[in-house]
Design a binder for this molecule. Structure first.
Ligand SMILES: *[C@@H]1O[C@H](CO)[C@@H](O)[C@H](O)[C@H]1NC(C)=O
Ligand SMILES: *[C@@H]1O[C@H](CO)[C@@H](O)[C@H](O)[C@H]1NC(C)=O
Length: 321
């Protein structure tokens, strides 16, 4: 008798693999019973009757020459020598496949891979036996990692003017996906991947960062600066010097206004342009300079006039002796 049995099996945890087994015996014998066992001795146990195996063991062969079995849900406990056995009628004989087949179970668990596993290793894995066509069902390897690059995109990307709608979106690469929170100059302002400002005002100008966090770690983005442009506001004129202006004095008018970008200033006396620049100076003033003055503040987003201020130049009384 000869039994041809597959070489030692290498199995991966929970995968089932089968491989053909055939046997031959001299003519004239009649098969009574075929079974697989994992022991020797006078009465080797029939594995299909063993509660440890009966649910997992399937005899796929026939009773003539094919002794193929399938063992599923293999664990390390199944590491054994296994033997095919059959008995025949007349003459009454018991036969055992020699040298049997060795089942080697190799268990890969996450701790074996963990230290060296990389993001790129994520994916579906199957195993196959060398020189066999059988390929196991795939298992999915899910590689967790902390947020890596984290950056903020601003829409619209160009100039932002007061009243615009602006969205900041935070992108980060992590597994599992990160939770996002937003900070303006270090102060929490909102959460979620997108931070929307529907009617932006100059108060929203400043540095923003997003923070990506998952259970493996956290990462701040680089800061992005929102620079909100707006037309001149709160335009006013200050007179530098004594309110009592006497001929021959020097008088300085200062125009103050708030705008982004900074405004260009022009000066008007009673509606007539008299000069430009933030400061308007008059030296050796005469009564011709009396009147109402305004400054106009203008940038590309708009313009605004100050309220009028009045210069009233008095004549100096000369005491002549
Ligand atoms: C033995 O039986 C198995 C399962 O039915 C089958 O896949 C295999 O082809 C058979 N082998 C031979 C040599 O007949
Ligand atoms: C100031 O103006 C008056 C009148 O125009 C003139 O007489 C005088 O010389 C001026 N003084 C100076 C210092 O320029």
């Amino acid at each position: 008798m000869s039994i041809r049995i597959a070489p030692p099996l290498l199995l991966i945890f929970l995968l089932m693999i089968h491989s053909d087994c055939t046997y031959t015996y001299p003519t004239g014998y009649q098969i009574m019973k075929v079974f697989w066992t994992n022991g020797w001795g006078v009465k080797p146990p029939d594995l299909s009757k063993d509660p440890e195996y009966s649910q997992r063991l399937q005899y796929l062969g026939d009773e003539q020459q094919n002794c193929t079995i399938r063992l599923s849900h293999v664990t390390q406990k199944d590491e054994h020598m296994y033997y095919f056995r059959f008995t025949t009628y007349t003459p009454d004989n018991k036969w055992l496949g020699h040298p049997g087949v060795t089942l080697t179970v190799t268990v890969y668990d996450s701790s074996t891979r963990y230290n060296s596993v990389r993001r790129e290793d994520a994916g579906r894995y199957s195993c196959a036996l060398h020189e066999h066509t059988y390929i196991s069902p795939a298992v999915h390897l899910n590689v967790m990692y902390p947020p890596k690059e984290s950056f903020v995109a601003v829409n619209p990307s160009g100039e932002i003017v007061e009243g615009d709608s602006v969205t900041l979106s935070c992108s980060s690469d992590s597994n599992p996906p990160a939770e996002i929170s937003w900070f303006k100059r270090g102060k929490f302002v909102g959460s979620g991947r997108i931070y929307s400002i529907s009617k932006i005002s100059s108060d929203h100008s400043g540095e923003y960062k997003c923070k990506s966090i998952n259970k493996r770690g956290e990462k701040y983005s680089d800061a992005v600066t929102l620079n909100v442009m707006y037309h001149p506001k709160s335009v006013s004129v200050f007179i530098n010097g004594s309110p009592e202006i006497v001929e021959g004095d020097s008088v300085t008018l200062i125009c103050s206004s708030d705008s982004n970008p900074p405004a260009e200033i022009s000066w008007f006396k009673e509606g007539t342009f008299v000069g430009s620049g933030r400061i308007y100076s008059i030296s050796n003033i005469s009564s011709d300079y009396s009147g109402e003055y305004k400054c106009k503040s203008r940038n590309k987003h708009g313009e605004k006039d100050s309220d009028a201020v009045t210069l009233n130049v008095m004549c100096e009384l000369m005491m002549v002796q």
